[in-house]
Design a protein around this ligand. Structure first.
Ligand SMILES: *Cc1c(COP(=O)(O)O)cnc(C)c1O
Ligand SMILES: [Zn+2]
Length: 419
């Protein structure tokens, strides 16, 4: 393993990985930790060529660049290796030279969160841990429940009782113990922290556990490798806790430090107008470490966060890459669902589809130029939240089982006959 130490994102104190499990003991919960590597030794041991020769298409093809002991077993589910599609009609629609979409909704439980949970479960198994826990708006929970089920590890999940039904169905089906919190994500988060302190359960809480980001960064590795190490100019991704955007940043920074890519893409973080804490603090040039919580409300449940847990790193990711945050209203988020589906063939849940409204806002605000090569990271599957999709999907056409009725509809819609 090439990990050297953990470093606080606020005070830069460093810790031996065996000494601290979660956040910086000095800075508390805002002080999320970066996992540091010996890049020189890594560059000796692994190259893009050795990775290209690895037949494993999953995220574990990059395991040398991950914080996992060489002898650790990994869960059997195929996480990562999600496709990056060229999307020329989407590019035309947006007035951009080049657009790709990466469909992370193809992961085993339907979201990018599987990347984090797979690494957490692998680490838990290696450490002989007997119970894992997490708080989640839904997807991280489904991911932990699914990955834990794949190896028979008990999981205790704290979710807001208001989470979309499909996500709760996943948790229950995977056999996790599901605690339906009568409150919001932030309440669930605090409960999971207290429970893990009191009972010794290993806590996957996003960002508080430094290894969630290390799993998510594999999305950046895949983007780079899938595009032949010619990374996009801009990567657009939605932001709730800010752990995914921080993970993308770390992944690209790792590759840049290794000399495998020439530049780190500008990162554009998309927030829902009703849950835009990172956007607000970035815009005001404020201090994310000390900002107060907001009262978040958005249809995109996966990016609802009163106090984004990885806000320090998320703001840093945007600032250091010369990127931007944008804030988009819920109706634009919902309109992105059919837009993406129709223009790229990928059905995304609201939080993921927010990237469509986000790229439009970033174009309007001058953060993205027409000549930029842009990748939209689609973080979750549309089947996660059918109710939201149905609000914007349109309606079918009822017909009697009779071809004359079909003919009436055909004529009214102007559908051609090809005979
Ligand atoms: C969790 C999640 C996000 C946001 O990730 P953060 O790390 O919370 O910023 C975006 N989209 C989907 C589908 C998610 O599940
Ligand atoms: Zn600190």
């Amino acid at each position: 393993m090439f990990v050297t130490e953990l470093r606080c994102a606020i005070c830069a104190r460093t810790y031996h990985p065996d000494d601290v499990a979660y956040t910086c003991p000095t800075c508390g919960q805002a002080g999320t930790l970066d996992v540091l590597y010996d890049y020189e030794a890594l560059a000796q041991a692994v190259t893009p060529q050795t990775i290209a020769q690895n037949p494993d298409p999953t995220m574990w093809r990059y395991r040398a660049l991950m914080p996992l002991p060489a002898d650790a077993a990994v869960p059997p589910l195929a996480v990562g290796g999600t496709p990056t599609y060229d999307a020329p009609r989407l590019a035309d629609d947006l007035g951009l030279a080049q657009v790709w979409v990466k469909d992370d909704g193809r992961n085993p439980t339907g979201s990018l969160k599987d990347r984090a949970s797979a690494l957490i479960v692998a680490r838990a198994l290696h450490a002989g841990i007997e119970v894992v826990t997490t708080a989640s708006t839904g997807n991280a929970a489904a991911a932990l429940a699914g990955l834990a089920a794949s190896v028979g590890l008990p999981a205790v999940i704290f979710v807001p009782a208001s989470a979309p039904e499909a996500k709760i169905a996943q948790l229950l089906t995977y056999g996790a113990t599901v605690l339906l919190v009568q409150g919001n994500y932030d309440n669930a988060f605090d409960l999971a922290v207290t429970a893990s302190e009191r009972y010794g359960w290993y806590n996957r809480n996003t960002a508080m556990n430094p290894y969630t980001l290390e799993g998510k960064k594999t999305a950046a590795f895949e983007i780079a490798e899938q595009l032949n190490w010619q990374v996009p100019d801009v990567v657009v991704v939605s932001v709730g806790d800010g752990n995914i955007i921080s993970g993308l940043h770390k992944g690209f920074v790792d590759l840049h430090a290794l000399g495998w890519i020439e530049h780190v893409p500008r990162l554009v973080g998309v927030q829902a107008e009703g849950s835009a804490a990172c956007y607000a603090v970035w815009k005001a040039n404020g201090d994310p470490a000390t900002m107060p919580p907001i009262d978040s409300h958005t249809v995109a449940d996966s990016i609802a966060a009163d106090l984004p847990r990885d806000r320090v790193k998320a703001v840093r990711a945007v600032q250091q890459t010369d990127g931007a945050f944008v804030s988009v209203p819920d109706d634009a988020i919902l309109d992105g669902i059919p837009a993406l589906a129709r223009l790229s063939g990928v059905f995304a849940e609201p939080a993921a589809a927010a990237s469509y409204a986000g790229v439009r806002a970033a174009l309007d605000e001058g953060h993205i130029q027409a000549s930029d090569r842009v990748l939209l990271l689609l973080t979750g599957n549309g089947l996660k939240d059918i109710k939201s999709a149905m609000r914007v999907a349109g309606a079918g056409h009822p017909v009697q089982p009779d071809i004359d009725a079909v003919e009436q509809v055909r004529v009214s819609l102007g559908l051609p006959t090809l005979t």
